[in-house]
Each structure stands twice: as C-alpha cells, then as structure tokens.
Design a protein around this ligand. Structure first.
Ligand code: AMP
Length: 550
C-alpha cells in the first residue's frame, strides 16, 4: 500500500470505510424479504430471506467472538454453495477475521498444508466432508475446533475429528445482538489459495476495500449485469475465488440467490433453474457441458434463463453458439484469476458492433473482452516492451488495479510485480478497440520451429466438430520442429469420427502449419480441482508419444 502525496485541499466527503458487513446490512434493510434458496447437502430445499441470513450471520459472529477469534485470525471453510456458507462469508469477514475458503477437491495432504500455512484457528465444514476432515484433522497444527455445518441430528456418534461442534447449536446458543465493527477498509477479509499445479499453492489475501470495489464493478451492465430483478444461481463454487464475487455482488443488488449445493449434474442444475426461475448463472465450461447434454438429451428448453457468464478457461465457441442460437441464452465470456479477485475482463458488444453481420459479432463475443473499470491491462514481449493493440500481435498479459494482488500471502514467491504490473502468465492479443483474447497459458503454448501455436484455437476448432465432446491440444516432442501439436479428443457418446477426418476438419480454418500432426482418442480428460482441464497431466501422459511425422 503506497503513500500518495496529499493535496493541500482535501475533499470533504464522509470517510467511511468500505466493509463487507455493509453488504449484508444493505441487503437486509432494502431487500430483506428477497429469497435465498439452497439445495442442501441433505438433499432437501431450504428457503429463507436476506433478513434471516443477516440475523444468523450476527449470531455466528457472536459465536466466533466467544471462541476468541480476533481481527486478522483466519477461519477456514470446506463447503459447497449454500446458505450456511453465505452466513460465514459475512460472520467471519464482517467481524474482522479472515474467511479462508478451502477447495475440498484437493488432496487431504494439500489441504493440511494450506490449513497450516494459513494458520486457521477454526474450521467449518459440510456434512459431505466428514471423511475428508477425518483424513487430515490430526495434521492441523493451529485449528482449535471443527464445526460441522449441519443440524444436531446429523452429528456423528463417533468420529476421529477432535473438538467437533454443531453449527446449529452455535446459532441457537447465540444472540443476534451484534454490532458489526468498523475498521480500516484495507484489513484482510478473505484468503484463497491458487490451484498450485506446480509447487505449493500460494495465498491471495483480499481486503474489504478490494472486495467492495470488485463487487461494485462486477455488477455493472457491461460486466455481470446483475440487478434486483435477477435470480442468480452461482455454479462457480464459493470455495474457489469467492464464486467470482457473487456472494457479495448478488446481495449487494438484492437479487434472489439460488445455491445448488453439491448437486452439479445437469439434471439437478436444470431442475433448480426451472423451479426457482433462475435468470442468470456463472460457471466454467466443463459444468455447462453436463447441463447442455442433459437438456439436449431430454429435448428441454429454458423458460427463464437469460444470461450466463462463462470463464475459468476458454469458452468453446460451439458452446456459446448452442446457448445463444438454440436456447436464447446470452453468454458473457469473462476472464480473470484468483490473484484478481477474480474478474478482469468481460465480453459485451458496444453500439458500434450492433450493425455488424452475425458472424462478426460472434467473433467479437468469442474473445475474453474488455477490461472492466478498475482493471488496466497491456501485452509485453519477453523483454517487457509493450506490444501494439492490433488484434494480431500476441504477448505476455500484464494487469493492474485495486483488486489485483501486490504480493502473495506471507511473501511466498517473493516480488511478483513487474514495474507495478502483475504478470498473469497468460498470452493474449488486444484489438485496437481494447478487446483482449487469450491465445494460451504461457506454459501451454506449443513452440514449433521457433514460432508459437496457441492451443486454445486448435481446441475450439475441434470442439466445433459434431462428434467431439472435449478436446485438448498439447505440444509433443518433434526432432525437427521441437514441438508439434497433438490433439487429444473425447468423442460425444455414440458419435464417431476418425483421426483423418478431424485433421481434414482444420482445412481452411487455420494456417496450414498450425494443423495438429496427430489425433488420439481418450475416454476422459483429467480435470483439476477448479474444473479446468489439466494440461500438465496430459503432457505427462503423452510425453513419450511418437508423432507420425517425427
Ligand atoms: P484461477 O486462478 O484458477 O482462476 O485460474 C486463472 C487462469 O485461468 C487464468 O490465468 C487463465 O489462464 C485461465 N482463464 C480464466 N478465464 C479464462 C478464459 N475466459 N479464457 C481462457 N482462459 C481463462
């Protein structure tokens, strides 16, 4: 945090810190009767209002105070998207402690590492995770108690988890008489660890200020465009980058919230969409694959679903077209990362695009989009020289803004900024009108004869083929060119296509020398803890692969 020069004449407006507790206070006061609906781990549907959520959050804040949790202390959660998790978002951060959301899809050893690194004082978890917590609880050095987020009758009779308490007992035993404390808006509010595909995960420590600014900016019409008239179902998990900020931005607008709990299969999500009249959602492409397959197989349509944000990895154009043309659902392609709270860009059309032919509009929408206000970006070469915004030149993408990290928690990884900019590790182009397109993660770029081939383009083409369910493209060793592209494909159930047909499918769609040298078919692609295809696993699997051209 820098010390900027002060003007001799300072503004005379109220200096009120931007605090997370103000969001739930606002939701209670102005949208108190609006609903929060959750599919619980137990399977049933739970309903209550923002007013109830605020009351229970205050009770939980009192419980934390009795536990002796102080400002800045970290409190962990291992939980699905649900109302109790939302209460903790406000109880923990609102009381000045730090909400540490943990990804339950990680290996127990990795979870223990993260809990110890964060020095979590208490750990809250959902019913589903009893066996997981039993597997690592003994290795947690700082955790004083574990809290099961369930009713009393669900408490296990016997367990290896030490100091286990019941969430609902704490709610019952505590009063809602609690004043949210007022403190410096730069205080830490929540902590999320990066996926850590290489090395140990590192923590991004958000502040109240960064979270509030991100929440304001993300609701804007050219970003997520959420309003009090929406019913929002966050498919993105609350255990990874705060579900893209939706647990804050949705109550901020007063929109109805619909939580899917652990049931993310196509059928369960679809039923909730229809029953609760969901208008807006957000998720990674892999989740939408399941939903779209279910809807297609059962000949269904969406009656209220209007808009979805897709990000986390590149949205295949074929998926976007299916949503738009077949189901009338607008897709907003967005890009960001854990280190960015996470939103950086969103893709929406401007007035000057309206008169474009349909295919040109579609080409714009397939990009990751323009920076949302608050974020600035640039592309640079390996020497750090800024590259032009011509839509063709690609370079390392750097960003800055008030909700982008300055350093990792506890200084892990040392100095991360380059002249005040955060290097994202992504490679991108930027068009003259400021639309950014990711060509690849720098680690995934295929380096062929000294030139770069972006794997995302190659995957998008393959995924537009009617017989292809999923595709990943990696560089494999080639004696002449160093690397050449190998396409790894999962076919749609019941569909068939040959390797020759797929290679031919690239004709005319891309520079000839970008065409994959070979295609291999697999039953499934490895998917990581945040729903992304694990390219490093695929590279490992095919590291000895012999290309026919080699
Ligand atoms: P994470 O911190 O786990 O959310 O991962 C962030 C990374 O996901 C980014 O640096 C990108 O490589 C990738 N990513 C996120 N959104 C997109 C997108 N819309 N298109 C392509 N890659 C994306």
């Amino acid at each position: 945090m820098s010390n900027y020069p002060k003007s001799p004449l300072m503004g005379q407006m109220m200096s009120q810190p931007l605090l997370i507790s103000s969001i739930i206070q606002h939701a209670d006061r102005y949208f108190g009767d609006n609903e929060i609906v959750s599919r619980r781990v137990e399977g049933d549907i739970h309903r209550y209002t923002y007013r109830d959520c605020h009351t229970r959050s205050r009770k939980m804040a009192n419980a934390l105070q009795k536990f002796g949790v102080k400002m800045g202390d970290r409190v962990g959660t291992l939980a699905w998207n649900g109302y109790r998790h939302l209460e903790l978002y406000y109880a923990i951060s609102g009381s000045g402690a730090v909400l540490h959301t943990i990804n339950p899809r990680l290996h127990p050893e990795q979870i223990a590492y993260i809990v110890n690194h964060a020095e979590d004082q208490y750990l809250f978890f959902d019913l589903t995770f009893i066996p997981l917590v039993e597997a690592f609880a003994a290795h947690c050095k700082t955790v004083k108690g574990f809290i099961l987020m369930a009713d009393r009758d669900r408490m296990p009779a016997e367990t290896k988890i030490p100091n286990l308490q019941c969430y609902e007992d704490l709610i019952e035993a505590n009063s809602a008489d609690y004043e949210w404390p007022v403190f410096d808006e730069n205080s830490a509010s929540s902590l999320c660890y990066t996926s850590g595909t290489t090395g140990n995960p590192k923590g991004a420590l958000y502040s109240h200020r960064s979270t509030l600014l991100h929440s304001y900016a993300s609701t804007m019409p050219d970003a997520l465009n959420v309003s009090s008239r929406d019913a929002v179902l966050p498919v993105v998990p609350m255990f990874h980058v705060n579900a893209w900020g939706l647990p804050y931005s949705v109550p901020l607008t007063g929109a109805k919230m619909v939580f899917p709990g652990p049931s993310l299969d196509g059928k369960s999500v679809y039923e909730l969409f229809e029953q609760e009249k969901v208008t807006f959602s957000a998720g990674v492409p892999t989740v939408w694959l399941g939903l779209l397959t279910y809807v297609a197989q059962n000949n269904l349509t969406f009656s209220t679903f209007k808009r979805t944000v897709i990000g986390g990895s590149a949205c295949p154009p074929a998926m976007m077209k299916t949503f738009r043309h077949q189901y009338g659902v607008e897709v907003v392609h967005a890009w960001g990362m854990t280190e960015m709270s996470p939103l950086g860009t969103a893709c929406t059309l401007q007035s000057h695009h309206q008169s474009l032919p349909e295919d040109e509009k579609q080409a714009v929408l397939e990009k990751q989009g323009h920076a949302i206000f608050g974020v600035d970006m640039k592309i640079v070469d390996d020497q750090g020289k800024e590259l032009s915004w011509d839509g063709e030149t690609y370079g390392n993408l750097l960003v800055k803004g008030p909700w982008i990290i300055e350093r990792y928690f506890k200084g892990e990884g040392g100095e991360v900024l380059q002249d005040g900019w955060f290097p994202t590790g992504d490679v991108a182009t930027i068009s003259p009108d400021g639309y950014m397109q990711i060509t690849d993660r720098s680690k995934d770029v295929i380096k062929s004869g000294g030139e770069w081939i972006g794997s995302i383009d190659l995957e998008n083409i393959a995924m537009a083929h009617p017989a292809v369910q999923q595709a990943a493209c990696i560089g494999v060793f080639h004696p002449k060119w160093d690397e050449r592209p190998l396409l790894v494909v999962v076919k749609k159930p019941g569909a068939d296509v040959t390797k020759e047909e797929l290679i031919k499918y690239y004709d005319g769609k891309i520079a000839k020398w970008w065409t994959p040298d070979d295609v291999t078919f697999v039953d499934a692609l490895p998917i990581g803890a945040t729903g992304k295809v694990l390219k490093n696993k695929i590279r490992e699997q095919f590291k000895e692969y012999k290309l026919p051209t080699a």
